[in-house]
Design a protein around this ligand. Structure first.
Ligand code: GLU
Length: 471
C-alpha cells in the first residue's frame, strides 16, 4: 500500500511550532516514501474553531513550504459520512443509545474515585431500548476483555487492557460526532497508512483501534511524537516566547532554518546539525525519533538561521526579504535589485529583520545619523575630503564599483590622507552609520543622485555643528 500521511490540526488558534514539527515529520515521511500528504482540518468543535485559525494554519504551512497533496479537507463537510458509519455500528449492535443523566454519570464517577478506581462508564444503557426521539448520546460498545496492542513506531509496543477502557461517546446529544469517531472514519476513508501525531493522543489510540476493529478495518501504523518543552522543562507555551510559526517569520527567521531546527528537535543523524530539505527527505526516518521530549532552544535556532542567511541563494533570500522591506515601508522595486542588496549584506545580518534594517538606507534617505558615528566622522576636518570626493563622484558618468572606489582613492591621494579619512566620513554621510558593505558597493547601490544629495546634507550638518559649538 502506498504511503499516505496526514496533518490534522484543530483550528482553534495559530499554527504552533509543536504542530509544525508534527506536520514536518508527517510530510517528510510521505515525501521519503514517495507517498501523499493530506491536510485535514478538524473543525467539529464549532464553538472553538474559527476561519481565522484555518487561515493562520494554511498561511503557516505555505510559508514553511509543507505543501499538501490533498486537502484542506474540513471535517464539518463530512457529517453525513460520520453519521452513516455510526448508524452502521448501531445496526451491528456495536454502538447503543444512552440516556444516563449527568447526575448519574457524576455519581458513578465519584464512587469510582472514592474506591480509587479509574473513572469509566459502567455500561448501564448497553441493553436498554431507548426511543430515538428522546435526548441521548451514542456510545461505542468497547470490548470487555482482551488487550489492545499499539505497536508505535516511536514508542514501541504499548499495551492497553480493555478493562481500562469504557464505552466511549461517539455522538453527542446534539447529533455531532466526537473526535475519536471522526478521526477513525477519516483515517480509514483517506487511506492513511501512518498516523503521526502528538503523544497527547496516545491514550486515544487503543479506543480508535477498537473502533477500527469494529468496522472490520485494518488500523494504520501509529507514531506518537513527544512534546516540545520550554527551557524550564514545562510544556512549550506562550510564556516561553514565540510559539506561533508566523511569529518566527516576523522575527526574520527563514522557513528553511525553522524546518531545520524543528527536524533536529527529537531527531538526529550522527552529530550533524544542518540539513537541507532534500537531505531531510533522504535521511529522515520516523523510527529514529526520540521517545523523550526535547527542549526548545532559541539560540540554536538563531545560529541555524544565521547559517542559512549566509549560505542560501541570494535570490531566495531576496524573495523572503522583500516581505520585511515592506514591513518597514520600503517597496524594493523602487531601487536596486534586492538580490544585489542581499549579496552585499549576507555576511552582516543574523535575521531578515536585521537585514532589512541595515539595508533601508539603500532605498530611502535616513532621518538621523548614528550619534557616535557622526561625532567621530562628521567633524570639520571631514569637510574638505567630502567636498573633494563629491567633486570626483559628480564627474562620474558610469556609476559602478571600481570607478567609485577610484574616486575615493584619488581624493585621498590629492589631499594626502589615508583612505579611511575619506571613506569613513563618506560612509557616514551616505549610510548614517559607520558600518556598511564596502564603500564601492555601498555607493553603487545608493546611486549617484542620492550619494551627492547625502554628501551635501553631511556638509551642511558639519557646518551647522561647527556654528553651534562656536556660538
Ligand atoms: N486534531 C487533533 C489536534 O489538533 C489531532 C488529531 C490527530 O492527529 O489524530 O490535536
Amino acid at each position: 500500500m502506498s504511503v499516505k500521511t496526514r496533518f490534522a490540526p484543530s483550528p482553534t488558534g495559530y499554527l504552533h511550532v509543536g504542530g509544525a514539527r508534527t506536520a514536518l515529520f508527517s510530510w517528510l515521511h510521505a515525501r521519503k516514501h514517495g507517498g501523499r500528504f493530506v491536510l485535514r482540518i478538524e473543525d467539529t468543535d464549532l464553538e472553538r474553531s474559527t476561519i481565522e485559525s484555518v487561515n493562520a494554519i494554511l498561511e503557516g504551512m505555505t510559508w514553511l513550504g509543507l505543501e499538501y497533496d490533498e486537502g484542506p479537507i474540513h471535517q464539518t463537510h463530512r457529517f453525513e459520512r460520520y453519521e452513516e458509519v455510526i448508524q452502521g455500528l448501531m445496526d451491528k449492535g456495536l454502538a447503543y443509545r444512552c440516556n444516563c443523566s449527568r447526575e448519574r454519570i457524576d455519581a458513578i464517577r465519584e464512587e469510582q474515585m472514592r474506591l480509587k478506581e479509574k473513572p469509566r462508564y459502567d455500561g448501564h444503557c448497553r441493553d436498554k431500548t431507548i426511543d430515538p426521539n428522546e435526548p441521548h448520546v451514542i456510545r461505542f460498545r468497547n470490548p470487555d476483555d482482551g488487550d489492545v496492542v499499539v505497536n508505535d513506531l516511536i514508542r514501541g509496543r504499548v499495551v492497553y487492557s480493555n478493562t481500562e477502557l469504557d464505552d466511549l461517546i461517539i455522538r453527542r446529544t446534539d447529533g455531532s460526532p466526537t473526535y475519536n469517531m471522526t478521526v477513525v472514519v477519516d483515517d480509514l476513508d483517506m487511506g492513511i497508512t501512518q498516523v503521526i501525531r502528538g503523544d497527547d493522543h496516545l491514550n486515544n489510540t487503543p479506543r480508535q483501534i477498537n473502533i477500527l476493529n469494529a468496522l472490520d478495518a485494518e488500523p494504520p501504523q501509529y507514531a506518537h511524537v513527544p512534546m516540545i518543552l520550554g527551557d524550564d522543562g514545562a510544556r512549550l507555551s506562550k510564556r516561553h516566547g514565540a510559539v506561533s510559526v508566523m511569529q518566527y517569520r516576523e522575527m526574520g527567521i527563514l522557513p528553511e532554518a525553522l524546518l531545520n531546527y524543528l527536524v533536529r528537535l527529537g531527531w538526529s543523524h550522527g552529530d550533524e546539525e544542518l540539513f537541507s530539505i532534500d537531505q531531510m527527505v533522504e535521511l529522515f526516518n520516523i523510527e529514529d525519533v526520540n521517545k523523550s521530549a526535547s527542549s526548545f532552544n532559541t539560540d540554536k535556532l538563531l545560529w541555524i538561521n544565521q547559517h542559512y542567511i549566509k549560505n542560501d541563494d541570494p535570490a531566495r533570500i531576496a524573495h523572503l526579504l522583500s516581505y520585511h522591506m515592506g514591513e518597514i515601508g520600503i517597496d524594493p522595486t523602487t531601487g536596486p535589485s534586492l538580490v544585489e542588496v542581499v549579496k552585499a549584506q549576507q555576511e552582516r545580518a543574523n535575521t531578515l529583520v536585521e537585514m532589512a534594517e541595515i539595508s533601508a538606507f539603500i532605498y530611502r534617505d535616513f532621518d538621523e545619523y548614528e550619534e557616535k558615528a557622526a561625532k567621530k566622522h562628521l567633524r570639520p576636518v571631514a569637510a574638505e575630503p567630502l567636498r573633494k570626493v563629491r567633486e570626483l563622484l559628480a564627474a562620474q558618468q558610469e556609476w559602478q564599483g571600481e570607478a567609485l572606489h577610484a574616486c575615493v582613492e584619488q581624493a585621498s591621494e590629492a589631499l594626502e590622507l589615508k583612505m579611511g579619512k575619506v571613506a569613513q566620513p563618506l560612509r557616514v554621510a551616505v549610510v548614517g552609520r559607520a558600518a556598511s558593505p564596502g564603500i564601492d558597493v555601498t555607493l553603487e547601490l545608493v546611486g549617484k543622485a542620492a550619494t551627492l544629495r547625502r554628501i551635501d546634507r553631511a556638509l551642511e550638518f558639519i557646518a551647522q555643528r561647527a556654528a553651534e559649538t562656536q556660538g
